[in-house]
Design a protein around this ligand. Structure first.
Ligand code: UDX
Length: 459
């Protein structure tokens, strides 16, 4: 019952399918059963309440009973990274083992559908044999098995479930894929999207290719953006307008800035890198995508240092701790990473996020000061870094920054502020990806200082 399992469940239940949502975390099941979503995910709680009331949805910790009382099981458990970047199959294997035990006891046919992200080959070589061995039943005859990747973005999991770009089904068994297709045909009716039925390994590959391609697009833009910052007259936001119109690229992945985080892109890239290395191949491109992304927090710190010098004791505010707006998830969040780096540099860090404070506290502990609002976060600070594109940050005016901050230096890492209204010079605004003459002037001033310092030393 993570965001994929819960969003999929309530969407199906709301369309009249009977769904049992299973999780080993009894606290989560209790919460869900009383109509409270354990995650901040647009639309999920509304659909959850409706489907509980209609009787189409129930939640349980009992995998065996759920398998017995249903026709299809979707496996949506996490596959986190191991220390070498490969994926940890511990949780998915545990879930599949329980499902196989239930299939052993069940007399009717049951279809198992893996939605969790796994590297090519995993479902056929690791998970299917596990079910066959434990259930002592025959694949294709007693039970079916498919890989069906999800492409749900956190924050828009419900609308992505209702309007997917495509449905990808990987199976070596026609009966299995036919049953899953029948479910989707019924669910989507006349709005059935593009469907690809292919081998399990191809379907697994599609999932990794989509996420790494999107990550590549972002690192490409973010890389160009750093060059724009040093080329007079350029702005990556304008460049991407032309680029997307001509190269026809996905509009949803065009915002350059502080880079990508979250539970998928970084993890999937690391898994892909590990898969290349396992085959004795050099994953040069995949490594570069990650490297560009991982350097972005350093890039921001360099900008802050260029302006403020030594960061020891400097008060710095960070607005935004979630890895993107619309979620309370702080996994691989750039805001949290920057906070960590600023703390190491001796700065006094103050943070605020509309939804991610509780989760960020688990990582940052008492090393930062937590503010109740963006205004209190900005008070007396010497620099503000906007790390997440929350709407409420868009409306902070230049005069508010000026009034609250000791030094009104704002680094807009997500391009949320309207540059034109900041031009008056009240606030020193640096937007990633835009040539900034003010910043350039300060860089020039700094190198001038260094030059004079060097001459004095020589003398
Ligand atoms: C992603 C995939 O899109 C989804 O298919 C998969 O199942 C899970 O991983 P998600 O992690 O929720 O979804 O986030 P997504 O909206 O794809 O954004 C990923 C990261 O890229 C975020 O950190 C986001 O801030 C960043 N991003 C996205 C940008 O920096 N610019 C953009 O234009 C879009």
């Amino acid at each position: 019952m993570g965001y994929v399992g819960l969003a999929t469940s309530v969407c199906l239940a709301n369309a009249g399918y009977r769904v049992i949502g299973v999780d080993i975390d009894s606290g989560k099941i209790q919460r869900i059963s009383s109509g409270n979503s354990p995650i901040h995910e647009t639309g999920v709680e509304d659909l959850l309440v409706k489907s509980l009331m209609s009787g189409c949805f129930s939640a349980s910790t009992n995998i065996g009973a759920a398998v017995n009382d249903s026709d299809i099981t979707f496996v949506c458990v996490g596959t986190p990274s191991n220390s070498d970047g490969s994926i940890n199959l511990e949780y998915i294997q545990a879930a599949v083992t329980e499902i196989a035990r239930a299939i052993k006891e069940k007399t009717d046919y049951h279809l198992v559908v893996i939605k969790s992200t796994v590297v090519p080959g995993t479902t056929s070589l690791r998970l299917l044999p596990l079910i066959e061995n434990i259930s002592e039943k025959s694949f294709g005859l007693d039970f079916g098995f498919c890989f069906n990747p999800e492409f749900l973005r956190e924050g828009s999991a419900v609308s992505d479930t209702l309007n997917p770009d495509a449905i990808v089904i990987g199976s070596d068994d026609e009966r299995s894929s036919a049953i899953l297709l029948e479910l989707y045909r019924g669910f989507y009716g006349g709005r059935l999207p593009f469907i690809l039925v292919t081998s399990p390994a191809n379907a697994e590959f599609v999932k990794y290719s989509v996420n790494s391609f999107r990550a590549m697009q972002l690192s490409f833009l973010n890389s160009l953006a750093t060059l724009c910052e040093n080329v007079p007259g350029t702005d990556i936001a304008e460049v991407t307008k032309g680029l997307s119109a001509i190269a026809k690229i996905d509009q949803r992945y065009l915002r350059s800035g502080l880079g990508f985080g979250g539970s998928c892109f970084p993890k999937d890239l690391r898994a892909l890198i590990a898969a290349f290395l396992e085959k004795g191949m050099e994953p040069a491109l995949m490594k570069s995508i990650l490297l560009v992304n991982e350097n972005l927090p350093n890039h921001v710190l360099e900008i802050v240092r260029n302006r403020l010098g030594d960061l020891e004791g400097k008060v710095i505010s960070i607005l935004g701790l979630t890895f993107k707006a619309g979620t309370d998830d702080v996994r691989e969040s750039v805001g949290v990473k920057i906070a960590g780096q600023l703390i190491s540099a001796g700065a006094s860090v103050r943070v605020y996020d509309p939804k991610g404070m509780e989760n960020a506290r688990r990582i940052l502990g008492d090393k930062v000061e937590y503010s109740r609002s963006s205004s209190s976060c900005l008070e007396s600070s010497e620099c503000c870094i906007i790390a997440t594109e929350w709407d409420e940050f868009k409306s902070i005016s230049p005069s508010e920054f000026r009034r609250l901050m000791r030094i009104p230096l704002v680094i807009d890492g997500r391009r949320v502020l309207s540059y034109n209204i900041f031009e008056a010079g009240e606030v020193s605004l640096i937007q990633l990806g835009r040539y900034n003459s003010g910043r350039q002037a300060s860089l020039e001033k700094r190198s001038e200082h260094l030059r004079i310092g060097l001459q004095l030393k020589r003398a």
